[in-house]
Design a protein around this ligand. Sequence first.
Ligand SMILES: *[C@@H]1O[C@H](CO)[C@@H](O)[C@H](O)[C@H]1NC(C)=O
Ligand SMILES: *[C@@H]1O[C@H](CO)[C@@H](O)[C@H](O)[C@H]1NC(C)=O
Ligand SMILES: *[C@@H]1O[C@H](CO)[C@@H](O)[C@H](O)[C@H]1NC(C)=O
Ligand SMILES: *[C@@H]1O[C@H](CO)[C@@H](O)[C@H](O)[C@H]1NC(C)=O
Ligand SMILES: *[C@@H]1O[C@H](CO)[C@@H](O)[C@H](O)[C@H]1NC(C)=O
Ligand SMILES: *[C@@H]1O[C@H](CO)[C@@H](O)[C@H](O)[C@H]1NC(C)=O
Ligand SMILES: *[C@@H]1O[C@H](CO)[C@@H](O)[C@H](O)[C@H]1NC(C)=O
Ligand SMILES: *[C@@H]1O[C@H](CO)[C@@H](O)[C@H](O)[C@H]1NC(C)=O
Ligand SMILES: *[C@@H]1O[C@H](CO)[C@@H](O)[C@H](O)[C@H]1NC(C)=O
Ligand SMILES: *[C@@H]1O[C@H](CO)[C@@H](O)[C@H](O)[C@H]1NC(C)=O
Ligand SMILES: *[C@@H]1O[C@H](CO)[C@@H](O)[C@H](O)[C@H]1NC(C)=O
Ligand SMILES: *[C@@H]1O[C@H](CO)[C@@H](O)[C@H](O)[C@H]1NC(C)=O
Length: 733
Amino acid sequence: MKLISLIIAGLALLQAVLCANSELHGVYNLVARQLPQFADRFEFALVNDSYTISSETGKDTIIISGTTVNSLARGFYHYVRQCGSVSISWTASTISTLGSLPRLCGEGHHGSLDGVAVVPWRYYFNTVTFGYTTAFYSWADWEHLLDWAAMHGINMPLAWFGFSQAQIMTFLSGPAFQPWNRFGNIQGSWNSSLPLEWPRQQMHLQQKIVVELGMTPVLPSFTGFVHNAITDLYPDAAVINSSTWSNFPLIYTNVTFLEPLDPLFTKLQVAVIQRQRTYYGNVTHYYTLDQYNENSPFSGDVGYLKNVSLGTIESLRVADPDAVWVMQGWLFFSDASFWTDERIRAYLSGPEIGQLLILDLFSEGSPQWQRTNSYYGHDWIWCELHDFRGNQGLEGNLPTLTKGFTSAMANSSSLVGVGLTMEGQEGNQIVYDILLDQAWSSSSLNVKPYTTEFVKARYGPMTVPEDVIECWHELVNLVYMNNASSVVNVVPKSIYELAPNINGLLNITGHHPTKAFYDFSSLVDIWKKLVGTVVASPTMLQHPHAHYDLVDITRQVLANQFLDLYVDFMNFYNSTDPEVSTYSEIVERAKPLLDVLSTADRVLYTDVNFLLGTWIARARAFAEGNDTIADYYEFEARNQITLWGPTGQINNYASKQWGGLVGSYYLPQWEMFVDTLAVQRNVSAFQPATFQHTVLLPFGIQWQWEKWGEDENQTWGVRGDLLPILVELVKKF
Ligand SMILES: *[C@@H]1O[C@H](CO)[C@@H](O)[C@H](O)[C@H]1NC(C)=O
Ligand SMILES: *[C@@H]1O[C@H](CO)[C@@H](O)[C@H](O)[C@H]1NC(C)=O
Ligand SMILES: *[C@@H]1O[C@H](CO)[C@@H](O)[C@H](O)[C@H]1NC(C)=O
Ligand SMILES: *[C@@H]1O[C@H](CO)[C@@H](O)[C@H](O)[C@H]1NC(C)=O
Ligand SMILES: *[C@@H]1O[C@H](CO)[C@@H](O)[C@H](O)[C@H]1NC(C)=O
Ligand SMILES: *[C@@H]1O[C@H](CO)[C@@H](O)[C@H](O)[C@H]1NC(C)=O
Ligand SMILES: *[C@@H]1O[C@H](CO)[C@@H](O)[C@H](O)[C@H]1NC(C)=O
Ligand SMILES: *[C@@H]1O[C@H](CO)[C@@H](O)[C@H](O)[C@H]1NC(C)=O
Ligand SMILES: *[C@@H]1O[C@H](CO)[C@@H](O)[C@H](O)[C@H]1NC(C)=O
Ligand SMILES: *[C@@H]1O[C@H](CO)[C@@H](O)[C@H](O)[C@H]1NC(C)=O
Ligand SMILES: *[C@@H]1O[C@H](CO)[C@@H](O)[C@H](O)[C@H]1NC(C)=O
Ligand SMILES: *[C@@H]1O[C@H](CO)[C@@H](O)[C@H](O)[C@H]1NC(C)=O
């Protein structure tokens, strides 16, 4: 077979070679990681702000020219995804499975592939993603995720990587709760007096790869939240209490805020930014800084608000004369009653145009840019939030993303980017890919052909059966066109992740959403057809994405079934007569409900991406061998996904459908619920608050302190094969 090499040309080859030693090593390293067997057959060079992939007549050479290292990474991905039908996701990459370099597959003129970004910035991460998803990422996990980001054209990641010097003067919370510490929502670590350390060397590597891959990191800065002992050092410091948050005991909230009007604020800002510069070099002028994320300002006076933002931007500009303040715009939505148009205008009037970059954090659901006239002219980014707290329900609205963004482009001249600002990353990957691809298309992407291409690359390089593509079109029409709710928090969780109760679990919107928005039986039909396909060709399940999706859809089918069975059971229970019915009769009627949980646990256990053991193992590894610290990190990892706070302050907010978690946490709670009902045999005897405080909470607190693996049935890795479980399961539907 003839060699095909990928050459990034335009400038002289000589320059490419010269560049290879400097700016370009990042993209060479990326190819070496993703496609090692052909790494020496790629050549890259920098030309201008876009990329073109073409081939020269008579030569088996593919030529790509591009402007930035980031566009080259995107160009590389465009080529392998489109011509080789391989892809990278958050969970796996199939790029290295290519047996030979694919021929250039022409689309458009002269058989060339090209791309031009329609916005300069492609932003990535919500501050809290660093809690819900990456809190315990290892270096290998980061490397994969940053490769994913670069190949998807992301060039501006938030860089809250590990512990940094920026936190001097703050009162630390543990890794699983750091984001809310930075927001000034919480302080300290509950149930621990350990001095907590983070692996520090990781941080260097993360910053290095970000810069190598042509990304501009958004670095931390001094926000104003300080240890309340600051007044011991600086008795005259202008400090105020920020608000209390989510019913946390005062010692864990009530964070002290140093007023940006105090000269000390600038002094600390300069110290923080200089430290970072010493550490990382001059890698960016962008700084993340959120003062009022779910915190109310001390005063609503417009003069005060303007003074705060003026003091803040001045402090940044003293530290870095070209500083740009990057702000999550969540506050204007979440606390809309405080943030009137007048107050927003005042708060945003401190910085000049060009000194502030606002993330319109939830553009697809509750955009704020229209009511603020595009943030009164400040630069802003159209962001997709989509997933709160790492909920896993199948959900999305693809047209809202594609058309929403293009129509905003047409309407706002200060729109400078797209962004992903999900709270947690769990599934529904098409919903994120499509927005990042939309950033390279001036017209709205057409969902149907996009889906076909997405599926081919997701399951490639194998030839994807027509049935599977058809299933995906049906799936998109069923769950990825959700316009049932225009409001917040639409990615549902299963009711079995909530505290068992006789009512109040169904149709929830807002926090802990459970409202169904599609016909469950249609999903069952799609699922059965997919199961039929893998039964016919079982090797499909060796593909990491096919396995993931089968588990994910089965997970959803079971969650939906649980909801229906719960309603059946409650209907039955509500009509029981304590004089006539028996304990065992009620337990018997609840059996199908509990069986769904056992089955779900078995299904989830078959995939490494759905394991409690994976989450806990990462947390323990973070302790670098110190068992005392590892035990505490395990507590943190468990606490965040269950009680979220010392005694259930944000109970079940970040719940997960994971193998091991369903079996060891949700199933016992539902068993205790059934037992309680069976003893009472009278719905009016059930006291939810009593059940919560005397049964569920003690169980939950005890569970926090267990060690994974102590029980023989708790395994760290995957357990069981998916196919036989599916074969059995479809018979029951
Ligand atoms: C980039 O360079 C290519 C070829 O060198 C050229 O055709 C294209 O117009 C340039 N694009 C921009 C945005 O300058
Ligand atoms: C954890 O902290 C909470 C709040 O301070 C306290 O009520 C509880 O007793 C502590 N639990 C343990 C096991 O230390
Ligand atoms: C700060 O909060 C504490 C506890 O709520 C309260 O006692 C104190 O008065 C507050 N201080 C100020 C300056 O508001
Ligand atoms: C709340 O914060 C204020 C001001 O920093 C402090 O004086 C007070 O002691 C704090 N309250 C508690 C319970 O920690
Ligand atoms: C970084 O930038 C500062 C000014 O912002 C400059 O004084 C310094 O020399 C730069 N350092 C490097 C390593 O480029
Ligand atoms: C804002 O700052 C100016 C200048 O320091 C000061 O005169 C004014 O009183 C402040 N306004 C408020 C409402 O704090
Ligand atoms: C964009 O502007 C057009 C025309 O002014 C208007 O009809 C449309 O509703 C606007 N779209 C958005 C998303 O604001
Ligand atoms: C919601 O989507 C359905 C199907 O795609 C469509 O028929 C309906 O008009 C949409 N409703 C709204 C309010 O956009
Ligand atoms: C939930 O909504 C469905 C329709 O969407 C309705 O049939 C059902 O009665 C509702 N259940 C409760 C408990 O509100
Ligand atoms: C069962 O009874 C409880 C208590 O009266 C009620 O809140 C609940 O809606 C009922 N459930 C069903 C499914 O009818
Ligand atoms: C583990 O960490 C704890 C808390 O920092 C410390 O007290 C202990 O000495 C460490 N143990 C070992 C074996 O290093
Ligand atoms: C482990 O699972 C087996 C089979 O379900 C069961 O018999 C055994 O009791 C379990 N062990 C524990 C410690 O729960």
